[in-house]
Design a protein around this ligand. Structure first.
Ligand code: FAD
Ligand code: PHB
Length: 390
């Protein structure tokens, strides 16, 4: 089998790349090792930057998104038992964020690829890339019990943090920057309407918590926990009790609404960057190249920004107009990647409990007081949160 762009991974990065290439008349094949049902139900991110929403809308993926998503114009930072609103829109010339689950984006992308006759193969195994420094790289894989080789002009490594593409770059040709955090997030979905009109990020002495939402009937909530927390130790009662404690306000004016919990999971938090994001004819995009802790709500949006650059570069290449965009792909992406790395690390550092260090806690409160009282500091948070221009 032959294609112009062989894409490993049917997460948001791989699927969106395939969709954007199709609009440019470029052929691609997406290879995914999990099942379609699995990738469509994997619960992850929820916040889309305005630029992400605009791209999805402009490329024909906006129908259900605009019908079912929730547009937010601000968020709340809660600390010392008091809430402080950050008016994202007022601070950014009217920009907004949109709440729409990542798995809904994935469903919309798969439906669009199906409608447009795209090839997305699920449940492939033994995926291996080869010939990356030649002009005919290949991807070997097994599908339906048979071994295949896909010949490509270019390989896109969109296979997430645990994929095989990044590891195919010889160790001497890449540098990896890594930070792990001494905590993770316990995330739940509950069938209940939101307790607050906007997202609430809380710094509490027992640890961080976050109130988010998915729809008028479903909420998404997180608690800081140990990175290897045993989810079995968290009954629904214990989760609600901890959420009540961490989100309580001093004046007692806040009421957390409870409902049946139908999804629970623990995710570790980490920061990671691989440089460069290219090796020969292999281009990495999204989590395959970088990870950010979820506190800044940036992982999915950063994957979208990479893929947009990659699609532009490939469109230039395949239309015979040169390769300078692709030659600068890594450098261009990494500028945004490191800005987002800093923002996500900063939000994480400001809001989580790091052991029993009272000095660090006083610094966090000083930072939160500054961010919620200085227009300059609040603007820094707001413009990064809604997404810096591409
Ligand atoms: P992925 O979504 O990881 O997609 C990669 C795909 O490649 C997967 O479908 C995988 O199955 C496939 N794959 C892997 N290996 C192979 C292989 N060898 N062959 C073929 N296919 C392969 N971000 C936020 O902003 N907010 C959040 O709350 C949040 N929560 C998260 C929770 C978890 C548990 C994780 C892991 C991530 C979370 N993120 C969150 C980050 C966000 O979801 C990612 O940044 C986003 O999914 C990146 O998209 P991607 O397409 O680059 O990678
Ligand atoms: C989510 O709704 O899942 C979500 C929101 C904000 C974050 C992370 C996750 O920072």
């Amino acid at each position: 089998m032959r294609t112009q762009v062989g894409i490993v991974g049917a997460g948001p990065a791989g699927l969106l790349l395939s969709h954007l290439l199709h609009l440019e008349g470029i052929d691609s094949v997406v290879l995914e090792d999990r099942s379609r049902a699995y990738v469509e139900s994997r619960v992850r991110a929820g916040v889309l930057e305005q630029g992400t929403v605009e791209l999805l809308t402009d490329t024909g993926l906006g129908d259900r998104l605009h019908r079912e998503s929730l547009v937010h114009r601000g968020l709340e930072l809660r600390f010392d038992g008091e809430g402080h609103r950050i008016d994202l829109s007022a601070l950014t010339g009217g920009r907004t964020i949109t709440i729409y689950g990542q798995q809904e984006v994935v469903k919309d992308l798969i439906a669009a690829r199906e409608r447009d006759g795209g090839t997305v193969l699920f449940e492939v195994s033994d995926v291996a890339v080869d010939g990356l420094t030649s002009d005919r790289p290949t991807i070997a894989y097994t599908h339906d019990g048979r071994a295949h080789t896909l010949e490509c002009d270019v390989v896109a490594g969109c296979d997430g943090f645990h994929g095989i593409c990044r590891a195919a770059i010889p160790a001497g040709e890449r540098t990896e920057y890594d930070r792990t955090y001494p905590f993770g997030w316990l995330g739940i979905l509950a069938r209940v309407g939101p307790s607050s009109d906007e997202l609430v990020y809380t710094n509490h002495e027992r640890g961080f918590s976050l109130l988010s939402v998915r729809s008028p009937e479903v909420c998404r909530m997180y608690l800081q926990c140990a990175p290897d927390e045993d989810i079995g130790a968290w009954s629904d009662e214990r989760i609600w009790e901890e959420l009540h404690t961490r989100t309580a306000t001093r004046n007692g004016g806040f009421t957390l609404r409870e409902g049946p919990i139908f999804e629970k999971g623990v995710a570790a938090l980490r920061s990671f960057v691989c440089e460069p994001m290219q090796y020969g004819r292999l281009f990495l995009a999204g989590d395959a190249a970088h990870i950010v802790p979820a506190t800044g709500a940036k992982g999915l949006n950063l994957a979208v920004a990479d893929v947009r650059r990659l699609a532009e570069g490939l469109a230039q290449l395949f239309s015979g107009q040169g390769s300078d965009l692709l030659e600068h792909y890594s450098e261009t992406c990494l500028r945004r990647v490191w800005r987002v790395q800093h923002f996500s690390w900063w939000m994480t550092s400001m809001l989580h409990r790091f052991g029993d260090d009272p000095y660090q806690h006083r610094l966090q409160i000083a930072e939160l007081q500054y961010v919620t009282s200085s227009t300059a500091a609040a603007t820094t948070l707001a413009e990064n949160y809604v997404g810096l221009p591409l």
